[in-house]
Design a protein around this ligand. Structure first.
Ligand SMILES: [Zn+2]
Length: 165
């Protein structure tokens, strides 16, 4: 199926309206069904640059990976002409940051409740842990519901300790 006549024009040659030679360097990577993909890539890079990039890689498997990346990059660029893939990168970075903050909050909450449980078993240490427990939650003023919930829990816990005495 290496014969250009049998496989038909590749997307690159079809786009350039020229004959697809048997040894067309773009044919293996841009078959006729990848016309849109080639159009997008061609908008970002000239044909000569694409061929140059392909020639800079020896391994055929790596060449295919490279073209896959170019197609993806060009597709994203066509959808977001100003920022391209940077827009997606920034969005994901923000998501990671938000998730890290959530994890941090969950960790602090877990530690706080662990501390509460500990205090329930050792009422003598109550005073010290109570202060440090409150401080660790001051960094999360944004979540007032959680703060209220923990304050109520602290008060209830303190009452319980008082009752036990
Ligand atoms: Zn071709």
């Amino acid at each position: 199926m290496n014969d250009a006549g049998a496989r038909g024009k590749c997307a690159a040659c079809k786009y350039q309206r020229k004959r697809c030679q048997e040894n067309c360097p773009l044919a293996p990577f841009f078959p006729s069904n990848k016309f849109e993909d080639f159009k997008n890539v061609n908008r970002l890079y000239k044909v000569s640059t694409i061929i140059e990039m392909l020639n800079s890689v020896a391994d055929n498997e790596k060449k295919a990976k490279m073209v896959e990346t170019l197609i993806l990059e060009a597709k994203i660029r066509s959808e977001n002409p100003v920022y391209g893939s940077i827009a997606i990168q920034n969005k994901l970075k923000l998501q990671i940051e938000e998730t890290m903050k959530e994890i941090d909050l969950v960790k602090k909450t877990t530690n706080y409740f662990k501390e509460l449980r500990k205090r329930a078993f050792c009422p003598k240490k109550n005073e010290e842990t109570s202060t440090s427990g409150t401080q660790s939650f001051q960094g999360h003023k944004s979540d007032s519901t959680l703060e209220k919930a923990t304050t109520i829990t602290v008060n209830l816990a303190n009452q319980d300790v008082e009752k036990d005495r």
